[in-house]
Design a protein around this ligand. Structure first.
Ligand SMILES: *[C@@H]1O[C@H](CO)[C@@H](O)[C@H](O)[C@H]1NC(C)=O
Ligand SMILES: *[C@@H]1O[C@H](CO)[C@@H](O)[C@H](O)[C@H]1NC(C)=O
Length: 570
């Protein structure tokens, strides 16, 4: 009897210990941030000392791929599935469009669930710690962009305990109004909510600061009873409304007098605010003593739109293409992960990673059993590859198939195949260099990284913080080098199929299709196979007659639940 009691106490203690292990997860998404707009990829133009400190001391994910615009990338992140399996492979959702992410179990729902945690006693008896409720507290701060025709499509009905942010693709940075033009008429509505309720009293503060402050508040108020999952989906550095697409505090813009292009100066200030955000978050985590058991991940959702309809003057240099193309400039993301849980950190990972991989990877990091995940998931758990620098199980990525534009791309080991084009090929060229001109050349200041808030804090938790020389070394490794001669860039807009060897030709300058016909055949066959799992893309009509913000006290609001459009829900 005493023996049994002793065992039960042990089981209780072990279960309790397992329960406390689940790490806090802070997942940060930058919007439309270009490859070349962070210091760690090699540019001196915009200092990003906090981002760089975390990237160098964590793992730089240099072959991380997303989709070519916002809604599909967020779909892939939260479902672990290729968007074309869900009808979400097409363009991003517009305001008042009758389109939303279909019913799926999302990342925050997986993290909220009661985990089945277990351990083995004497290596043979499996003991399940069923009794514990150790689900995560889940927060979305910032952008949703996965639909809001009805309330049950909004974040607090889809696994997020809390949401503070906006539903559309963008708002203005101070007034949180989002303006959309349909049939030459502008429709403007307020778009900032806290758990569904519009919060007009929060307007006036710069969006990147506001979302950072809210995130800091969530961290500060955490009582430690549940691990935290915060998805901080910044508005920065997307454009706001037409007329004033780029906005940043003037004192921040003034720091960029060395840049020739005035729009690029404002954009750089927007990036600098994004960098400050990471410093503030690290300070909050450190003050709560949470750092030792926290994962910080950072990705951009797609490449920067340097030119075009909503240009933000971001730079994907030296990559080809931009947002809305399947060239590397559109889909290869700024990405890193930092955590004291990573045993082999301070390195540049060149292994393929797709945005769908985060769901199974974070679920594993949280102690979940991936056997519990949807078996139709495309994401691959790479947690142990990240932690121990083991070979990655991911060897190919379906980048996308869009059956309407007939644009598709695939990675297979070092190869990338592109067929068809988006936007009639308008953005298949190189744009990132034109905005990079400086009045005077800048130096890269490694001591600024070392002395940044994130840099200082990392020194307290990393046993062997990196030296400034090691920063430089990692920076050399993560910067992409391209040949100056564009031998045979290939333009799929002409109907050609283009094949590139990405590790040796990251800038997609040298088409190898005619030299490797069997690779082309094999990859085309793989596309045909993937095509069988494609669900026709959801065609959302813009329902502005019913969704007009004027019916909802001039806010963008779920409208289909209101039988009477004058129901004034907001
Ligand atoms: C592409 O070209 C076709 C034919 O010229 C035109 O109808 C279509 O609007 C164009 N699409 C875009 C996105 O420019
Ligand atoms: C580099 O950064 C450090 C620390 O922030 C600062 O003291 C120093 O003035 C900077 N150097 C230059 C050349 O800007």
């Amino acid at each position: 009897m005493a023996n049994l009691l002793g065992k039960l106490i042990w089981i209780f203690i072990i279960c309790e210990a397992l329960a406390q292990q689940a790490p806090n997860i802070i997942f940060i998404i930058a919007d439309d941030l270009g490859w070349n707009d962070v210091g760690f990829h090699g540019s001196n133009q915009i200092p990003t000392p906090n981002i760089d400190a975390l990237a160098y001391n964590g793992i730089i994910l240099n072959s991380h791929y997303g989709q070519s615009y916002s809604t599909p990338t967020r779909t892939a992140l939260l479902t672990g599935k290729y968007p074309m399996r869900l009808g979400m492979q097409g363009p991003s959702i517009m305001a008042a469009e009758k389109k939303a992410l279909p019913e799926q179990k999302l990342l925050p729902e997986y993290l909220k669930a009661k985990f089945e945690r277990f351990f083995y006693l004497h290596n043979s008896y499996r003991i399940n710690c069923f009794v514990l409720e150790i689900g995560y507290e889940t927060h979305l701060v910032g952008k949703w962009h996965l639909g809001y025709t009805r309330w049950n499509e909004t974040p607090t009905f889809r696994g997020f305990d809390h949401h503070f942010g906006f539903y559309n693709s963008y708002t203005s940075y101070y007034d949180y109004l989002s303006t959309w033009t349909y049939n030459d008429h502008d429709y403007t509505g307020f778009d900032l909510r806290k758990n569904g309720q519009p919060v007009k009293e929060e307007a006036g503060k710069y969006a990147t600061d506001l979302f950072t402050e809210h995130t800091v508040e969530v961290i500060t108020n955490n009582d430690g009873s549940k691990p935290l999952f915060i998805m901080l989906a910044h508005l920065g550095v997307h454009t706001g409304n037409k007329g004033k697409p780029l906005e940043a505090p003037q004192e921040t813009i003034n720091k960029f007098g060395h840049i020739v292009d005035a729009n690029r100066r404002t954009y750089s200030a927007m990036v600098a605010k994004l960098d400050d955000s990471l410093g503030s978050i690290m300070e909050a985590l450190e003050q709560k003593n949470m750092l030792a058991n926290t994962i910080v991940a950072f990705i951009s959702d797609n490449g920067a739109p340097t030119i075009g309809d909503f240009p933000n003057w971001g730079s994907n240099h030296p990559l080809r293409g931009q947002k809305d193309t399947l060239f590397e400039g559109g889909i290869r993301n700024v990405a890193f992960i930092w955590s004291p849980l990573l045993v082999q950190s301070a390195r540049v990972a060149t292994d393929l990673m797709h945005v769908t991989d985060w769901l199974p990877t974070l679920f594993t990091a949280a102690g979940g059993d991936i056997g519990l995940l949807d078996p139709d998931m495309d994401g691959i758990d790479i947690w142990s590859s990240l932690v121990y620098d083991l070979p990655s199980p991911r060897n190919d990525i379906l980048i996308n198939i869009d059956e309407k534009t007939r644009n598709a791309a695939l990675r297979f080991y070092n190869w990338k195949l592109i067929v068809g084009t988006s936007q009639n090929g308008t953005y298949n060229d190189y744009y990132g260099n034109i905005v990079m001109e400086d009045i005077e050349a800048q130096n890269y200041n490694t001591s600024a990284i070392y002395e940044s808030p994130a840099g200082k804090i990392i020194r307290k938790v990393n046993y062997t913080p990196l030296s400034e020389a090691e920063y430089e070394n990692l920076r050399q490794q993560s910067a992409l080098k391209c040949s100056a001669a564009k031998k045979n860039p290939c333009d799929p807009a002409t109907g050609a199929v283009c094949l590139y060897d990405i590790p040796s030709d990251p800038c997609e300058e040298n088409d190898l299709a005619k030299y490797f016909p069997s690779v082309v055949r094999r990859m085309k066959r793989a596309l045909v196979d993937y095509r069988k799992g494609l669900v026709a893309q959801i065609e959302g009509d813009v329902d502005i007659e019913a969704a007009d913000p004027k019916f909802f006290k001039y806010t963008w609001n779920p409208w289909l639940d209101c039988n009477d459009v004058a129901c004034q829900v907001a």
